[in-house]
Ligand binder design. Structure first.
Ligand code: KG4
Ligand code: ZN
Length: 340
């Protein structure tokens, strides 16, 4: 009997071309990421057509490297996994077409994975003891969700953003301050030099939906602050502004996540997605969890931002359940969490 399950996972939903070999869901044998950030920086954000073209150029090389770094061949794989949504349609299609071609040619099963389920699963990679159920705050460039992870691949959404995603707010505010793209890491860095209490920004509450988020008002407040300073001929302390904005976002994220954990009686809380690598969020959530006796889980930064290891991890639990996709698997740019 074969002892281990090996999955070759592919991720191309946005601006990273990534492939990984994952053993038994939680052991990452390789995690290759070809980032297009430098290219998109020239345009101040991701240009979808350029992203698709770059994925096509890089994907074969990235997959070959993932297999060779893992010391494995395609024949060793039990399944081919791929992100099929949500994301940029042209970018997703490159990964989906590649995975289908490899699976078909090698006679291996195909497992389509939800990108956000992948982000959540990233927590399983380094936390071998973590099992559902738990609360997870998903904060990425396109999504902000507070969910109960009821079981592997089973979610209940408690709250979501009504407007901008948390990462989107970071990116837009960074652009306004003049820090450039991608904004999240830049704000995180410059905030370390600033005073988070220098400017008090509003922390939006959504009427009648205590777990929902809204970041567009905060973004407008930052823009108003900048415009006012410009009109008055005052210089803006960028570090103070960035740190105060970051604090306003983090305070709301922490408050909602802790409230949900307490209300629903969970003593395990995880964070996921690109913004989960934010140092202020990690420190703030760690302190709040400690105060409330909640065990806090978080992936290493490399597993927070887009990668294929998290897709391989999520795919493993789907594969074990018997999930197999056909040759008609298509990219679904607006795929909802929990939707199959
Ligand atoms: O999860 P991700 O890599 O891609 C999506 O699925 O969207 O998240 C990217 C987002 C971007 O908005 C980026 O600015 C943000 O995550 N991000 C951060 C940090 N690192 C990445 N935001 C705040 N602090 C960071 N250190
Ligand atoms: Zn992502």
């Amino acid at each position: 009997m074969k002892e281990n399950t090996y999955i070759l996972a592919i991720e191309s939903s946005c601006d990273e071309t990534a492939a990984s070999v994952v053993m038994d869901g939680r052991t990452v044998l390789s995690n290759v990421i070809s980032s297009q950030i430098a290219l998109h920086t020239l345009y101040g954000g991701v240009v979808p057509e350029i992203a698709s073209r770059k994925h096509i150029e890089k994907i074969n090389q990235v997959i070959e490297t993932a297999l060779s770094e893992a010391g494995k061949t395609l024949e060793d794989m039990d399944a081919i996994a791929v992100t099929y949504g949500p994301g940029l349609v042209g970018a997703l299609l490159v990964g989906v077409a590649e995975a289908k071609a490899i699976a078909y040619a090698s006679g291996k099963p195909l497992v389509g994975v939800h990108h956000i389920e992948g982000h959540i699963a990233a927590n399983f990679i380094e936390n071998k003891d973590l099992e559902p159920p738990f609360i997870c705050l998903v904060v990425s460039g396109g999504h902000t969700h507070l969910v109960v992870v009821k079981d592997y691949g089973e979610f209940e959404i408690l709250g979501r953003t009504r407007d901008d995603a948390a990462g989107e707010a970071f990116d837009k505010v960074a652009r306004a301050i003049g820090l450039g793209y991608p904004g999240g890491p830049k704000i995180d860095k410059v905030s370390k030099e600033g005073n988070p209490n220098a400017i008090v920004f509003p922390k939006a509450k959504v009427e009648g939906a205590i777990y929902d988020f809204s970041f567009s008002g905060l973004k407008s407040s930052v823009l108003n602050y900048l415009n006012h300073a410009k009109m008055m001929g005052e210089t803006v302390n960028e570090a103070d502004l960035a740190a105060s904005f970051q604090k306003a976002v983090v305070d709301v994220l922490v408050d909602h996540a802790i409230l949900a954990a307490k209300e629903y009686g969970f003593d395990k809380l995880a964070i996921a997605g690109g913004v989960a690598s934010n140092s202020c969020l990690r420190a703030g959530m760690a302190a709040a969890c400690e105060k409330h006796g909640i065990q806090f889980y978080y992936p290493s930064p490399i597993f927070c931002t887009d990668n294929a290891a998290m897709i391989g991890c999520a795919a493993y639990y789907e594969y074990k359940k018997g999930v197999r996709h056909g040759w008609d698997l298509n990219a679904v740019p607006n795929l909802k969490l929990g939707e199959r």
